[in-house]
Design a protein around this ligand. Structure first.
Ligand code: SAH
Length: 245
């Protein structure tokens, strides 16, 4: 058994290395969020946006490199989507920031995400103080994300394997819903599960290769307002539980 002095020496030797890596990643996150803020202000998507500082702060804290496969870890803080297996991708940080900004989440709100993928977007929602429910159609991705979120301490996120087209009626209505896969149309169940005053952020378009980032807001009287924020590219939303009309 190593003596106490030995243990102390080992710990002292290891600590600077660990914190150097952490500093490097924290610095990469600062650069990433500064770049996102600039892109948004310059109107990189469509109109110039002044992003919510709380969204940027959350993204400065969350270790995106722990949400991507080892093989692409070096690229975790580049402003690009990355493959996470099963034909899914973790979205481009700039687009994640814009979608979260548009969802306008306050602490204590109940939020649904459709398309858990890596769990990164759900971690941001949780960091903003929301109670987050997230659904992923690929069971392996759902299981991985659940484990990862638990290990990283995001206790207020519930992950379910299933078809998010139908929403999550047991936890509805939601203050906000974020769909992180490209839909051909806005699923009616999601509109139905939105509270009055609620926000639904969803990439929509008939073209499976390209969508319009769309914000649907439900007014207090239940009317719907729709605004588009520019072209985006998402993996397709599977629409298996769509009811034939
Ligand atoms: N938000 C994720 C990225 C999502 S990629 C992140 O932060 O990492 C889109 C995900 O949507 C994929 O994992 C895909 O499997 C999933 N998906 C596609 N159709 C779905 C559906 N109908 N219900 C739930 N998840 C779906």
């Amino acid at each position: 058994m190593p003596s106490a002095a030995w243990l102390a020496a080992i710990i002292l030797a290891a600590a600077p290395a660990a914190s150097a890596a952490e500093d490097r990643e924290a610095a990469e996150r600062r650069r990433m969020t500064a770049n996102i803020e600039q892109l948004a202000a310059a109107g990189a998507l469509s109109e110039p946006l002044r992003l919510d500082p709380r969204v940027l702060a959350a993204m400065r804290e969350i270790p995106r490199h722990l949400f991507v496969p080892e093989a692409v870890r070096e690229e975790a803080y580049r402003d690009t989507a990355l493959p996470i297996g099963h034909q899914a991708t973790i979205s481009q940080p700039f687009i994640v920031a814009v979608m979260t900004h548009l969802a306008d989440v306050d602490p204590g709100e109940t939020v649904l995400e459709v398309g858990t993928g890596s769990g990164y977007q759900a971690a941001i929602l949780s960091r903003l103080g929301a109670r987050a429910f997230t659904i992923e159609i690929v069971p392996q991705l759902a299981a991985q994300a659940r484990q990862r979120l638990q290990a990283l301490g995001y206790a207020r996120v519930e992950v379910r394997a299933g078809d998010g087209y139908a929403g999550w009626p047991e936890h509805a209505p939601f203050d906000a819903i974020i769909v992180t896969a490209g839909a051909t149309h806005v699923p009616q169940p999601l509109v139905d599960q939105l509270k009055p005053g609620g926000r639904l952020v969803i990439p929509v378009g008939p073209d499976r290769e390209r969508q319009q980032l769309t914000l649907i807001t439900k007014t207090e009287s239940g009317r719907l307002r729709r605004r588009e924020f520019g072209p985006v590219v998402f993996v397709p939303l599977q629409e298996r539980s769509r009811k034939p009309r």
